[in-house]
Write a protein that binds this ligand. Structure first.
Ligand code: SF4
Length: 307
């Protein structure tokens, strides 16, 4: 694949900025065509079927094409923290994570570097990479770009952040978020089908949809839970997160300067159960106090679930 062609007039995500990233131009994601990685390490605090006992081999890519105002990872997503590396070096990082015992390779916020990531996967597969590949995204994806990933990705770990168009416009400058996120989910499901686990309970194929509850927005959360279950039943997994912590410049958003009450979260769990959702992860305890996306712990499962 000639990966460079995708960066000439960039339309890798629904923002469709049309900038020439090969010439150093930047679009909404603030990244040129130089592959930039902020962190690569074993990560113990994803969902249990992703982190397992040895950790998920996470690779954090610099920049983000969604840019939520409440992002808890702003140094990487907005301020550009990270190092420029080659495609071959990225393949080497995948191999090193495998050698360290990672259960999988977990690509975090990868959308704006997809063509180079595919090249790195191609190289690392030839070098002996056998791990499942997890695509960890904010959910704001373009079908054409997801189609490039068909056959390369085993597990989609994707957010569904907002249903309401006004909410996504207000917090992520994108009223089409739920339209794109739902279309993306359709394509992800076409690629993976229902969830498959290995003998150790690790997800090796399938979809986990994360939804982080925002303060004052539990009605939006309910709509998302309802939509996901009506559409995919128990063929996908829901991860309902209570870890929202005020972060970043929220001066214009006073409603976001507080945490989600535990009673609100508890009612959403009960709502989830009433909807008939059986496959879901929930967070237990005061995880929000320690949160730093995507590091979180204290997972539980829905009462009555065998997850
Ligand atoms: S990947 Fe970046 S430059 Fe390309 S369309 Fe999306 S935001 Fe714009």
């Amino acid at each position: 694949m000639n990966w460079k062609k995708w960066y000439k007039e960039c339309g890798l995500c629904p923002r469709e900025c049309g900038v020439n990233r090969l010439k150093g131009q930047q679009g909404f994601c603030r990244q040129t065509a130089e592959l930039k990685v902020a962190r690569a390490a074993l990560h113990m605090w994803e969902e249990p079927c992703i982190s397992g006992t040895r950790g998920s081999g996470t690779v954090f890519f610099t920049g983000c094409h969604l840019g939520c105002v409440f992002c808890q990872n702003g140094q990487i997503s907005k301020e550009g923290r990270g190092e420029t590396i080659s495609i071959v070096r990225l393949a080497g990082i995948f191999m090193e994570l495998q050698a360290k015992g990672a259960h999988n390779i977990n690509l975090v916020t990868p959308s704006h570097f997809v063509p180079q990531i595919i090249e790195a996967l191609r190289i690392s597969r030839k070098m002996g990479l056998t791990l499942p590949i997890v695509y960890n995204t904010g959910g704001f994806e373009k079908i054409d770009t997801l189609e490039l990933l068909d056959g390369w990705i085993d597990v989609y770990l994707t957010d569904f952040k907002f249903m309401d168009v006004h909410l996504s416009e207000k917090y992520a400058r994108e009223e089409g978020y739920s339209f794109y996120a739902s279309k993306a989910l359709e394509e992800m499901y076409r690629q993976t089908g229902p969830a498959v686990f290995d003998e150790d309970g690790m997800m090796i194929k399938g979809i986990i949809v994360r939804h982080m509850v925002l303060p004052g927005q539990s009605m939006d959360s309910r709509q998302i839970i309802e939509y996901l279950h009506e559409t995919y039943k128990n063929n996908i997994y829901l991860s309902l997160m209570n870890q929202y912590t005020p972060s970043g410049d929220l001066e214009k958003f006073p409603e976001l300067q507080k945490k989600v009450k535990s009673s609100v979260y508890e009612r959403l769990i009960q709502y989830t159960i009433r909807q008939g959702v059986e496959n879901a992860y929930i967070q237990e305890g005061e995880t929000a106090q320690e949160s730093f996306i995507p590091d979180f712990d204290g997972y539980g499962v829905l009462p009555g679930s065998d997850t």
